[in-house]
Design a protein around this ligand. Structure first.
Ligand code: 3PG
Ligand code: MG
Length: 411
């Protein structure tokens, strides 16, 4: 029973009684007391695990990165997951040592375990191809105990890391439900879906956003791109607006000064297809002060949001579109007076027929507004989502395709 798709899914395998290693993305903001501050990703994997209830499920995940404050164990994740799943997700504080292996070997049908933070093992985070990851100790120790590997960690699949790549060459491999949903839903955004299709690109990842803009405007994926956030500040500077030294310094501190030149080329090439803010909101000692871009005051105040006139005109355009893709916040959305642009853009987006939002900050605001259900698709990915929308090949997804080809050839 094979599907004609590029990658395999749970439906392609007989999972009954099998031991299945599932790479999930549970990476979550946490406070210093190890409390999980956001459960979106944890919740997202529940359908995958439920679909594997006749199997033995071994979950592998990471939390944060070495050196960061919230680089910690997976115990809190296992507790919250147990609650959402309605049965125990046993935390095993080991990755591929004796304790992990005996725990896996003694599992019964229906059991679910969560292994320790895979980034505690430094080889995990080396960027290299599947062929090299597949010969590591982790892969050699675990593969004999596992029947099937599933990648459900879309949000980290832009990284060619061990747990994303290594098992795809040693085990029958497919995508979990989160991965499937991300690919299918984002494809609809990338290909433009119903017309008109508008991309609203904000946040601080200026280089990635310009790549997305160039790609979707050249391949016809989008009819219009509206820019907000730091992306807009760079584009305003590129269009000749003097955004002031504080804002230029910030752009420099992020390593994006060269993007101003690039922005000029993008604006020239896609004349009229890129919408820039006509007014902005400055942060004056915590107060919101608005100004039209043709009359920006002298001074060194940071631009922290799009202005009201822009909010109205962008919202009108967004509401009139049939497909809307949001990536990145319109301003400093975590600070109350400057969340306005992001909130209004979100409210406009859900009025279109097909709406997608991606990236950690914007997803957090969607949830603050209680709008999760109103979006057609809320991506679990940050970097992975923007890379995918930009048309980049994600190593984790490419590995799923190669694994599917190999699996079919060997049958
Ligand atoms: C994320 O949160 O973006 C993913 O889990 C990947 O984490 P990383 O950016 O630390 O690699
Ligand atoms: Mg990231």
């Amino acid at each position: 029973m094979l599907t004609s798709r590029d990658y395999l899914t749970i439906d392609d395998f007989d999972i009954d009684g099998k031991t299945i290693l599932v790479r999930v993305d549970l990476n979550t903001p946490m406070d210093t007391d190890d409390n999980i501050l956001d459960d979106m990703r944890i919740k997202s994997h529940i359908p995958t695990i439920k679909d594997l209830e006749d199997a033995k499920v071994v979950l592998m995940a990471h939390q944060s990165r070495a050196g960061k404050n919230d680089f910690t164990t997976m115990k809190p994740h296992s507790q919250l997951m147990s609650q959402y799943l309605g049965k125990e997700v046993k935390y095993v504080d080991d990755i591929f040592g004796t304790y992990a292996r005996t725990s896996i070997a003694s599992m019964k049908k229906g059991d679910v375990i969560l292994l320790e933070n895979v980034r505690f093992y430094s080889e995990e985070s080396i960027t290299r191809p599947a062929s090299e990851h597949s010969t590591t100790h982790m892969v050699r120790k675990l593969s004999p105990l596992i029947d099937i590997y599933l990648n459900d960690a879309f949000a980290v699949s832009h990284r060619s890391h061990l747990s994303i790549m290594g098992f795809t060459e040693t085990l029958p491999t497919g995508a979990g439900r989160v991965m499937e949903k991300e690919i299918t839903s984002l494809d609809r955004g990338v290909k433009g879906g119903e017309r008109p299709c508008i991309f609203v690109l904000g946040g601080a990842k200026v280089d990635d956003s310009l790549t997305v803009a160039e790609n979707v405007l050249s391949n016809g994926g989008a009819d219009r791109v509206l820019v907000t956030g730091v992306v807009a500040n760079v584009m305003l500077a590129a269009s000749g607006v003097d955004i002031g030294s504080t804002n230029l310094d910030f752009i420099e501190s992020q390593g994006y000064t060269d993007q101003i030149e690039r922005g000029k080329e993008v604006l020239a090439k896609f004349n009229g297809k890129i919408g820039l803010p006509s007014d902005v909101a400055f942060n004056d000692g915590g107060n919101r002060v608005e100004a039209h871009v043709s009359e920006l005051p002298d001074g060194n105040l940071p631009i922290n949001d799009i202005g009201l006139e822009t909010i109205v005109s962008f919202s009108d355009e967004i509401k009139a579109a049939k497909t809307v893709v949001l990536n990145g916040p319109a301003g400093l959305s975590e600070v109350e007076p400057f969340a306005l642009g992001t909130h209004e853009i979100i409210k406009a987006a859900v009025e279109s027929e097909y709406s997608i939002a991606g990236g950690g900050h914007i997803s957090a605001e969607v949830r603050n507004l209680g709008y999760e259900e109103k979006f057609s698709h809320l991506s679990t990915g940050g970097g992975a989502c923007i890379d995918y929308l930009a048309g980049a090949e994600l190593p984790g997804i490419e590995a799923l395709k190669s694994a599917a080809t190999r699996y079919r050839l060997n049958r």
